[in-house]
Design a protein. Structure first.
Ligand code: ASP
Ligand code: MG
Length: 405
C-alpha cells in the first residue's frame, strides 16, 4: 500500500463537473489499494476575484484580512471535493490548512511553512478516508490564518508529501507535463519524461510557469520526487527529481521566453566605487527584484562615465523608476531609459556544464534570423539573452529548432 499526495490546480477543479472528474480519478487511485491525500487550489478565477472584491472595498486592505478572505477560496473547494467523493460512495474528510497541522510564520499573504504535524491526516487515512487538504493556507502558532503566496497550493502538496513521507507526489494541472518549450508557441515542442530540480527552477524562473518556484525549491531541499501531469487524460507526465548522470548527456533540456520583464538603463553613470551599491540598494529597499545586470566599459576622461542596464519584472517598472529618480542628483547619472518591449530568451540544461559551444550555437541561430541580442547573462546551466519583444517568439522557435528540433 502506497501513500500518494495528489494536487489539483484551479482549472482541474474549475466547475462542478471538473470536481466530479477529480473525485472519479481519486476513486480510481484508491481502488488500487493506496492511501490518497488530495490537495486542492481554489476554483480557477476565484482568488483573483476575491482580490478584486477587496480592492472595491478599500485600497490597501490589511494583509491579515486578505488572508482570512483568500483562504475561503480553497475552503470552498475542499468541501465540494469531499462531497463529490462521498456522492460516489468514497469516505472522505476535508481539512483546512490549520486542521491539517500546517504551521507557518506570521508573514501574512506570503507566509512560510515552519512545520507540519500530520497526525490528524494519518489518523483519518488509517480509518479508510481520502483526506482533502486546502492548499495555499496554514496558521501561525497563535492561530492566525495565513496564506503562502500566489500558486501556494503547489507548496502545500510538496511540503505535505515530505511531512507524510509519501511514496509519490503528483501535481495535476491543465498541461501534460513540462515541455521543451511552450507548445503554443513552438509546434515541435516535446513533453519531457524527466527533468532535474535545477533545470525546472531555471525554466520556471525564465517564464515557463508550470509550477510555483518556491515549491520546486522545497522539493529539492527535501528530495521530494514529484510528477507534473494532466488531470484531463491518463498520459504519463514529467518526473522532477535530482540530477542523474545520464541527464548530462542532453545539452539543452528546454527553452523559455519571459515577456514579463523590462529593461532600465542608467545613462552616463559616473564610474566610481559605491555607485552600483547605491542603485541596487535603493531597488532592494523597495523589494524590487533585479534579474540581469550589465555594466559597460567606461569611457571619457576625468571621471569616466558608464551605462548601467538591468531588468526588473514589468509590474515593478514604475516603482523601480521612482527609486532610481530619487538618486539622480546624488549619484549624478545623466538619464534613465526604460524599454518595456523586450523578451528574455533562456536556454537551460545541466549538460551545458560538460559541453562547449552552446552559446555560439545559440547566437548563430539568432543571427540566421536577423535577430539582435540586447543583453547576455549566463549561469552554469543557463544562457539568457534579451531580444526585441516582437521577435521573441520567432527567436524561441529558432533556438528550439537549433537544439531540440
Ligand atoms: N488559489 C491560490 C492562487 O491562485 C493558490 C493556488 O492556486 O495555488 O494563487
Ligand atoms: Mg495555481
Amino acid at each position: 500500500m502506497a501513500l500518494i499526495v495528489q494536487k489539483y490546480g484551479g482549472t482541474s477543479v474549475g466547475d462542478a463537473e471538473r470536481i466530479k472528474n477529480v473525485a472519479r480519478r481519486v476513486a480510481a487511485s484508491r481502488a488500487k489499494g493506496d492511501q490518497i491525500v488530495v490537495v486542492v487550489s481554489a476554483m480557477s478565477g476565484v482568488t483573483d476575484n476575491l482580490i478584486k472584491l477587496s480592492k472595491q472595498i478599500m485600497d490597501q486592505p490589511p494583509e491579515r484580512e486578505m488572508d482570512v478572505l483568500l483562504a475561503t477560496g480553497e475552503q470552498t473547494t475542499i468541501a465540494l471535493t469531499a462531497m463529490a467523493l462521498l456522492a460516489i460512495g468514497i469516505p472522505a474528510v476535508s481539512l483546512t490548512g490549520a486542521q491539517a497541522g500546517i504551521v507557518t510564520d506570521g508573514v501574512h499573504t506570503k507566509a512560510k511553512i515552519k512545520n507540519i504535524t500530520p497526525k490528524e491526516t494519518h489518523r483519518l487515512l488509517d480509518a479508510g478516508n481520502v483526506v482533502i487538504v486546502a492548499g495555499f493556507q496554514g496558521q501561525t502558532p497563535g492561530g492566525q490564518i495565513t496564506t503562502l503566496g500566489r500558486g501556494g497550493s503547489d507548496l502545500t502538496a510538496i511540503a505535505l508529501a515530505a511531512a507524510l513521507k509519501a511514496d509519490l507526489c503528483q501535481i495535476y494541472t491543465d498541461v501534460d507535463g513540462v515541455y521543451t518549450a511552450d507548445p503554443r508557441i513552438v509546434p515541435g515542442a516535446r513533453k519531457l519524461p524527466e527533468i532535474s530540480y535545477d533545470e525546472m527552477l531555471e525554466l520556471a524562473g525564465s517564464g515557463a510557469k508550470v509550477m510555483q518556484l518556491r515549491s520546486v525549491e522545497i522539493a529539492k531541499k527535501f528530495r521530494v520526487v514529484f510528477e507534473v501531469r494532466s488531470s484531463l487524460n491518463d498520459n504519463p507526465g514529467t518526473i522532477v527529481k535530482e540530477e542523474t548522470p545520464s541527464m548530462e548527456e542532453i545539452v539543452v533540456r528546454g527553452v523559455a521566453l519571459d515577456k514579463n520583464q523590462s529593461k532600465i538603463t542608467l545613462v552616463g553613470v559616473p564610474d566610481r566605487p559605491g555607485v552600483a551599491a547605491r542603485v541596487f540598494n535603493a531597488l532592494a529597499s523597495g523589494a524590487i527584484s533585479v534579474d540581469m545586470i550589465v555594466q559597460n566599459v567606461s569611457h571619457g576622461s576625468g571621471t569616466p562615465l558608464t551605462d548601467l542596464s538591468f531588468t526588473v519584472d514589468k509590474p515593478d517598472v514604475q516603482k523601480a523608476r521612482a527609486a532610481i529618480d530619487v538618486l539622480k542628483a546624488d549619484v549624478g547619472f545623466q538619464d534613465v531609459a526604460v524599454d518595456e518591449s523586450i523578451g528574455k530568451l533562456s536556454l537551460v540544461g545541466v549538460g551545458m556544464r560538460s559541453h562547449s559551444g552552446v552559446a555560439a550555437k545559440m547566437f548563430e541561430a539568432l543571427a540566421k534570423e536577423g535577430i539582435n541580442i540586447g543583453m547576455i547573462s549566463t549561469s552554469e546551466i543557463k544562457i539568457s539573452v534579451l531580444v526585441e519583444l516582437s521577435k521573441g517568439e520567432q527567436a524561441l522557435r529558432a533556438v528550439h529548432n537549433a537544439f531540440l528540433g
